[in-house]
Design a binder for this molecule. Structure first.
Ligand SMILES: [Zn+2]
Length: 425
């Protein structure tokens, strides 16, 4: 963040405002609520609303500690469907929060509802059920899924991680070497061909996709220069240095097969490349599109938040049938790429609207003078308060885990819009 972008903090107002919630964090744990309530009267604005709270904290913690703070448009049936797995369980919510709800049939926004324990005595299931397109697929007896794409490209998936290999007349080209596929990937290759692995492509540097690369021995290893720099810095013997690097494009022709490697600029990670198998009408780009899923936290742990949007644009322009994303439970399609693009663009747009409609200055008057972090946090949380319910309303049920990281991703995107401030998006 640049100094000049810091807003000028304002002195705290003499008459303290009524306590109000700095954020509606969705599901809250009692510990988090306790930590958020400051002891000092000078920062009373940070305290949770007492009047709006349904169960007292003491009551609520006795039932397992999970809370949900209601958003505009919420219904008890809707909340029950999201967090308890069935809208028919709305009456349990009602019984537990009777006092707070009074005679209301629809909870008013900002109400803190305690969630009941699940029948097996564990804490309430605090996440929305996965839509069918995001659920795991059956795993065969071998312990991994092996998908054939076109004549010679294969994807291996197990435990939510994915790698690929291309069988050529001169040997096998492996793309990535995830430690979690240490046994499955070589086993899948042996199942398909007796040929040796001759080449390894690093999609990017991250260990969950590459830290088993050394197991393939002395092969040609290809990576983007930025990936090579990171591999060098990280000094992991499981990720030996690439033998071939490129900055923009690289054409890999081996034994009658072709992979086109290209770099759209920093995205999920600096050096994360797009791998195109033209003959198989397939593209692999790891950790950008998660077929059927909303992005992982911190915008999919993005080195460049705008770069993730640009990578989506690039993927959407490709003439492909199959997309290999490196995670979740299945291969993707062109449509998965388009839906993911629609989601990231939507979250980006809604965040922009929320920023435009939220005045930053007043938040700095609610905290101790000079505590710029706190003022900025209140502001970002207020932005996320606006984004989260809109995105939930539009996307829950359409992509998996929309309720898990959307709030955090709104915070990440808000910061990016302020400090990256791209003009092309
Ligand atoms: Zn990664």
């Amino acid at each position: 963040m640049c100094e000049e972008e810091q807003p000028q903090p304002q002195p705290p107002s003499q008459s303290q405002p009524q306590p109000q919630s700095p954020s509606r964090r969705g599901v809250l744990r009692w510990g988090a609520v306790a930590a958020a309530v400051p002891a000092a009267a000078g920062v009373a604005a940070l305290a949770w609303p007492t009047g709006a709270s349904g169960a007292s904290a003491g009551q609520a913690s006795a039932v397992g500690g999970a809370f949900y703070r209601t958003a505009p448009g919420d219904t008890l049936r809707g909340i029950a469907a999201r967090f308890l797995g069935s809208e028919e369980r709305w009456s349990e919510l009602y019984q537990l929060n009777r006092k707070a709800l009074g005679r209301e049939t629809a909870p008013r926004p900002g109400l803190q509802l305690a969630l009941p324990e699940s029948p097996n005595g564990a804490r309430s299931r605090a996440y929305a059920p996965l839509p069918a397109t995001a659920r795991p697929l059956p795993v065969p007896a071998e312990g991994y899924r092996l998908d054939r794409i076109g004549d010679a490209l294969y994807a291996v998936t197990a435990g939510g991680t994915q790698a690929a290999f291309l069988v050529t007349d001169a040997g096998v080209v492996v793309v990535d070497a995830p430690p979690s596929l240490a046994e499955a990937l070589p086993a899948a290759i042996r199942r398909v061909t007796g040929r040796k692995v001759t080449h390894l492509v690093y999609s990017h540097d991250h260990a969950d996709h590459t830290a088993n690369a050394a197991a393939f021995g002395d092969v040609v290893r290809i990576a983007h220069t930025a990936t090579a720099e990171r591999i060098k810095a990280n000094q992991d013997p499981g990720r030996p240095m690439p033998t071939v690097t490129f900055t923009d494009r690289y054409r890999l022709d081996v034994g009658g097969q072709r992979l086109l490697l290209s770099y759209p600029g920093a995205n999920h990670e600096a050096g994360n490349i797009l791998i195109h198998a033209p003959r198989q009408r397939a593209a692999m780009m790891v950790d950008v599109v998660m077929p059927g899923w909303a992005p992982f936290r911190a915008w999919g742990t993005a080195d460049s938040v705008p770069g993730v949007l640009r990578a989506h644009d690039q993927l959407a322009r490709m003439d492909i049938d199959t997309y290999i994303g490196g995670h979740v439970h299945r291969l993707g399609t062109k449509e998965d790429v388009e839906v993911s693009r629609e989601f990231v663009q939507d979250l980006w747009k809604e965040t922009g609207k929320a920023i435009a409609g939220t005045d930053m200055g007043p938040f700095f008057g609610k905290v101790e003078a000079g505590n710029n972090w706190a003022g900025f946090d209140l502001y970002l949380q207020a932005v996320a308060d606006k984004v989260e319910p809109v995105v939930h309303r539009k996307w829950l049920g359409r992509l998996g885990a929309v309720d898990v990281f959307t709030r955090e991703n709104a915070l990440t995107v808000a910061l990016s819009q302020i400090v990256d401030a791209p003009r092309d998006l």
